[in-house]
Design a protein around this ligand. Sequence first.
Ligand SMILES: Cc1cc2nc3c(=O)[nH]c(=O)nc-3n(C[C@H](O)[C@H](O)[C@H](O)COP(=O)(O)OP(=O)(O)OC[C@H]3O[C@@H](n4cnc5c(N)ncnc54)[C@H](O)[C@@H]3O)c2cc1C
Length: 459
Amino acid sequence: MQKIVETNLRPAKISRRKFLAAGAIGAAAIGVGAYSFASKSDAKGKILIIGGGAAGISAAARLTGKLPKAEITIIDPSDRHFYQPGFTLIASGVYSPDEVYKSQADCIPSGVKWVKDFVVELDPQKKSVKTHNSGSFDYDFLILTPGLECRWDMVEGIDEKSLGQGDAHCIYCHDGAIKTWQGIQKFVKNGGKGIYTDTYTKHKCGGAPKKICLLTEHLARKENRRDALNFSFYTASHELYDVPYFTPRLLEIYKERNIPINILTRIKGIDTSAKKVVMERTVNVNGSDGKDTAKKEQFTEDYDFLHFTPPMTAPKFVIDSGLSKTSGAHGAEGWVDVDKYTLVHKKYPNIISFGDVSALPTSKTSAAIRKQTPVAVENLVCLMEGRAPEAKYDGYAACPIVTDYGHVLLCEFDYDKKEKISFPFNMLFDMSKEQYAAWLLKVYALKPMYFYGMLKGLA
Ligand SMILES: Cc1cc2nc3c(=O)[nH]c(=O)nc-3n(C[C@H](O)[C@H](O)[C@H](O)COP(=O)(O)OP(=O)(O)OC[C@H]3O[C@@H](n4cnc5c(N)ncnc54)[C@H](O)[C@@H]3O)c2cc1C
């Protein structure tokens, strides 16, 4: 099976090395440009960053260049810094598990103090945070970027540790992605019924559940095993995808591959010993008064392979801090209530939040964070200098939906769900369709751009 993947990774016309070199030159060009024009500020103050993930480290790297006189501290408990977009490629056998992380110590920018601990309390009025083991820290300005929590506890019958049991899998954590690749190979070999779900809360990379479904289906075809496998996709939403420029082709692909899409359905629990998944769907029932009412129905499906997505919320200390948005469709999930253009908290102007933990009404992806970081940093400098925030974020997010081993539908869009193509060769390709060049970008260029561009404050 590995051979199949390798064959697709080594195209005839462009070698991996050449593509990497071109990518690196491109990334370096972007980076040098961004870096050399960065202006410095004499502003002083204590900046505390909670969470050294994609958002926190990128912000810290840019701030060290901009604010040489500020005192910058990151609080983060992790030894390793994961490139999470690589989890899908681990789960499909394209990347090896060791390829997607670096030691966190190597990611923290020099000049930044790292407190290796996790925050348990945040008091925005006192401008203070409490950690589990290292005491309390106060701040003048806070960058709140602790990401989100996968709420395994909200799916009955399974947790993060028991992933893989009873062939129930999830790629939303590193170990889960590793086990999923084992599970997919077994499923393709033995055949049977595959069930794939997303979830009803806001979740990171909404494309990931769809990608892993399509990759499994393609692998089955490559192995001449497609007839032995059935696939069904369940979405909690009323549609598979909601960016009009890309949705028609994605729906077409699911139809071509004979993968039925079931809408308004969410997972409730899994019986891993019996290999049954309990789900709940919302149906409209026509009443005697002629009006439709939404009714929830529970049902159970047998499966041979399950890929599920857990609900996701902000971390508890964020929800308890009073900084969350509590109204609207996702008001119970605790996302930080920031202005969608400036990324500054609506009540506390010394707090900036972006990335997965924020209530920004766009997709939770590192591609979005790449565009949010310069805005966050620029506006923090404005605030520290006593000026109103000047930079504005337009909601740009990208989600490279891997449609098979060799193609990616590179969805890029803004707050209005309007396509916002930034792919460098877009004049040559129809970006509303899956492209081989976008696969090369996803597999070879985005990871080095992340570690050596974005996390260094250069891209
Ligand atoms: C399977 C999968 C596929 C994905 N695919 C893509 C993709 O193709 N393209 C794309 O752009 N994005 C993708 N993403 C999404 C992307 O990885 C995230 O959007 C991004 O990593 C979020 O960055 P963040 O900094 O907000 O959070 P994270 O990167 O998750 O970092 C949060 C940090 O906060 C720390 N932290 C947590 N709690 C605390 C606490 N209490 N105190 C202190 N520190 C704390 C954590 O240790 C962590 O280091 C994918 C994600 C997954 C899981």
